[in-house]
Each structure stands twice: as C-alpha cells, then as structure tokens.
Design a binder for this molecule. Sequence first.
Ligand SMILES: NC(=O)c1ccc[n+]([C@@H]2O[C@H](COP(=O)([O-])OP(=O)(O)OC[C@H]3O[C@@H](n4cnc5c(N)ncnc54)[C@H](O)[C@@H]3O)[C@@H](O)[C@H]2O)c1
Length: 346
Amino acid sequence: MNNMTNPINDSCKFNAAIIGCGAIHALHADTVMHSPLAVLSSVADIDPARAKASSEKYNCNYFTDYTKVLEDENIDVIHICTPHYLHADMAIAAMEHGKHVILEKPMAIKLPDAEKLIYTSDATGKQLGICFQNRYNTSSVKAKSFLTSGRGGKLLGARAFVTWYRDEEYYTGSGWRGTWEREGGGVLINQSIHTLDLLQWFMGDINRIKGSVDTRALKKVIEVEDTAEAAIQFESGATALFYATNCYCANAPVMIEIVTENAVLKIEDGLTIKYNNGDCESYSEVDRSTGAKAYWGSSHKTLIEDFYSRLAEGTKFPLDGSEGIKALQMLHAIYSSSKSGEYIEL
Ligand SMILES: NC(=O)c1ccc[n+]([C@@H]2O[C@H](COP(=O)([O-])OP(=O)(O)OC[C@H]3O[C@@H](n4cnc5c(N)ncnc54)[C@H](O)[C@@H]3O)[C@@H](O)[C@H]2O)c1
C-alpha cells in the first residue's frame, strides 16, 4: 500500500473502499468522490499497476491484497467490482468484518451462495446493495410507477430484447469472461441479467419459465452461451417473451414492451406510454453525463447515492439480496430448462 492520506477525509462521512479496479470501478469511484456522504479511502486490486493508477487518480490508499481493506477498522462500506466468481466470498467476508457492501451484479454465480449472502446480511445487520442500476433509469421508474398505480389495468404480456456485441478480445483479454467457472455463464448472467431483473420487477412474481441457450459465435473461444431466449409465465397470468444475444453488430438500446389492458409501454432509450384512447406520454432518460456506456444504463451514480443516503438515514436499501437473487433464479431456470427441455417452476 502507499501511505497517502486522503485530504478530504471527513469524520462525518462514510469511509469507502473499492475492491477491483477494472472497467466498472471508475463509475463507483467517481460517484464516491463527488458524494457529500462518502469519501474514498482505499482501493484494492491484485494487479498492482491498476491499484496504483486508481489510487493516484482518486488520491487514496491502495492495496494488492483485498483482505487489508477488510481488516481496516476505519472502512465502513466496501464496493465489490471484481469478476463474478469472487463476489460471494468477498461480500460475505466484508459483512463478517462489519462492512456494508455495494456488490456488482450478479450477486453470486450459484444460488446457494446468493442465499448465504442474504443470510449474512441479516445475521450481521450489514446492508447489502446489488447493482441493478437500471431500476433507477427514468424510464424504469416511470414505468414501475405507472404499473403500480393501476392506471394500465390488467397486465397482459411483455417482450424484451437485448441485442449487443462482444468481440473475441472482450473474452480472451479478461482472464475470467467466457468461462462457466469464473463468469458463471454468458449473455444471461452478465449482460441481460439487468433485463431479467426489470421484467420481474415490472411484471411481478413468476410461475414458471421455459427457455434455451446456445453459443452462436466464438464457439472456439468461449464455453458459455452468447444467445438465450425464454417464455416467462407470471403468477398474474401474463407471459413475457425474452431474447438476448451478444452476436449483434452493435450495442443497441435494450427494448422492453409491456402490454396492459389500457396502454402499451415501450422502453427503448426512454419510455413511451401509448393509451388505447390515443393519448401518448413520453419520457427521455436524464443524466447522460456520468460517463457510463449508454447501453449499461446511466444510473450507477443514482443507485450508489441512494445506498449512502439510506445508510445515513438508517433505513433499508431496497435493492438488497432478496431482490438481487430474483434475476439469478430466472437465469438458472433458463439454464435448467435448456438442458431438460421442460418448463421450470420458480
Ligand atoms: N452494473 C453494470 O451494468 C456493470 C457493467 C460492467 C461490469 N459490471 C460488473 O462489474 C464487475 C467487474 O467488471 P469489469 O468489467 O470492471 O471487470 P474487469 O475485468 O475490467 O475488472 C475486474 C478487476 O478485478 C480485479 N481482480 C481480480 N481478482 C481480484 C482479487 N482477488 N482481488 C482484487 N481485485 C481482483 C482485476 O485485476 C480487475 O482489475 C463484474 O461483476 C461485472 O459483471 C457491471
């Protein structure tokens, strides 16, 4: 580590540390740096050059052994931005060391590990927030509010499309993507997990799922699926059709359409609500200034700020482990269904 002390450290603020200084960590670090409630105290990465570069950019301590930030009694909150296979163990260890955790998606690769995360958060009393930032997009918030208001009447159905592009270097250059052991899957667990989460958030509890996965491109490079589809039946009687691929020529905006008795909602880089009587409302996404890749959604900042606000207020962060596990249950049902050819009950 270096011994740099952060000059803006303020005893009233939460001391934060980030584990994993790769692509996504800058969104976490930039948000903490500008937060009135938090200060970035340390970063950790097994790659010394990455850890050092981040510490110089954000004027904080750095470690190459993440257990050092767990042992630092001054750290209140740990952001986990590491590869998927490390999420559960790191987050459980952090909570057991008395830290609150903001955990990148997926919360775990395997469902028993996700359940252990929920148990540990309850047992330690430490907050666990899962980065499904797209729930904070303007279009998602407006759609959820419309659906819960009852203005749409009965939910009839939905369709969702994630059509993105990932090249060979995306997988081979990472050391963890494209493998079952380290990534835990492909387009389902990494890219379209956000869309699965939104579908269940909008549409409610799921009854059963039938789906399939395939590897259409880069079969010699990756073990995992790059394409998936599913039919999702909800308790309400509505059905959703879902398609996701990393084999498109571009990273197109995610499209989610929801049909209700009184209106059709379409999210595609903004939200349009077309009422059966001809009226129409539209909402564009705000805050494109975070530097986030647009197709990721631009709401990391909002989610992280909400997490710190809840900590400061002493209230529960809503996107916790019990919410984070739902999309994981959906994608594991799709993997199982793809093997068995049967509907999987949830
Ligand atoms: N919420 C989103 O929309 C979104 C977007 C992109 C990435 N992510 C998630 O963020 C996580 C990281 O993704 P990324 O694209 O930044 O990956 P990355 O490979 O660019 O970065 C991961 C970093 O973790 C470090 N690391 C690996 N093992 C470590 C260890 N034992 N201790 C400390 N550091 C270690 C690596 O050296 C690397 O710097 C993944 O879970 C990914 O799914 C989420």
